[in-house]
Design a protein around this ligand. Structure first.
Ligand SMILES: Nc1ncnc2c1ncn2[C@@H]1O[C@H](COP(=O)(O)OP(=O)(O)OP(=O)(O)O)[C@@H](O)[C@H]1O
Length: 226
């Protein structure tokens, strides 16, 4: 029996801007532990809108979202923020590192915020993750002094600091050259294969999607393949 990590049930979403546009229609699917899922679809098909809902950042939708078998729908923002920090890692197209901090400090911040480990433990965990991603030697560098590909790896280390149940990405290779995209893809592959990490990644990169474990394809706000 597979352990379900995330479940979307009949999710519908409209924007009223000022006319009503239906952006997601009856989106229903599950993601099991250790799966590497890519979400693909043409521009405007609703991928980012869906990811905002699945990551609990957008609460204005119809239907139900369960993470770790717990209902997220209807919870207060404060509570969702806590659950996000504990259970969801997020990697964006742009890294959003704090330039005036070291690489190590950037990775540590969500760990310190969680309040589950001492500062020494968080530092140790941050170093472990930086080493796993091949950038341990950059720990004491200021974040602005490293390359774009290195920054994205730091962002992945930061997303992993609290051992998230699921790592979500919105075009995490969208801003990288071919070589760095490959490095990031290989990291994701290694995370699922060696660490049973669950991944849900929105991507335009067909080759990336085809080499992931499973594809969810969207068209006009509906899932047409999963
Ligand atoms: N804040 C908003 N107000 C009104 N319409 C919106 C808003 N955000 C998104 N949309 C519309 O919702 C639809 C889906 O957008 P979304 O960004 O989710 O698509 P996408 O598949 O992620 O596209 P892309 O690949 O270009 O990022 C589009 O038609 C878009 O114009």
């Amino acid at each position: 029996m597979h352990e379900t990590i995330l479940e979307a049930k009949h999710i519908n979403k409209e924007f009223h801007d000022p006319v009503t546009v239906k952006v997601l229609t009856d989106v229903t699917f599950k993601v099991n532990k250790g799966e590497f899922v890519s979400v693909i679809g043409k521009s405007g098909s609703g991928k980012s809108t869906l990811l905002y809902i699945l990551s609990t950042m957008d609460t204005d939708y119809e239907g139900e979202l369960l993470i770790d078998s717990q209902l997220m729908t209807g919870r207060k923002d404060m509570e969702l923020a806590r659950i996000r920090n504990e259970k969801i890692g997020f990697v964006f197209q742009f890294h959003y590192l704090l330039n005036e901090f070291t690489v190590l400090r950037n990775v540590m911040l969500p760990g310190l915020k969680l309040g589950k480990y001492s500062e020494e433990e968080v530092e140790h965990r941050a170093m472990e993750r930086l080493k796993m991603l091949g950038i341990g030697h950059l720990a004491r560098n200021m974040a602005y002094k490293i390359s774009g590909g290195e920054k994205q790896r730091v962002a992945i280390a930061r997303a992993l600091i609290n051992d998230p149940l699921i790592l979500m990405g919105d075009e995490p290779t969208g801003n990288l050259d071919v070589r760095n995209s490959e490095i990031v893809f290989d990291i994701f592959k290694e995370l699922t294969e060696a660490h049973d990490q669950t991944l849900l990644i929105v991507t335009h990169d067909q080759s990336f999607a085809e080499r992931s474990g499973r594809i969810i394809e969207m068209e006009d706000g509906r899932i047409i393949r999963h």
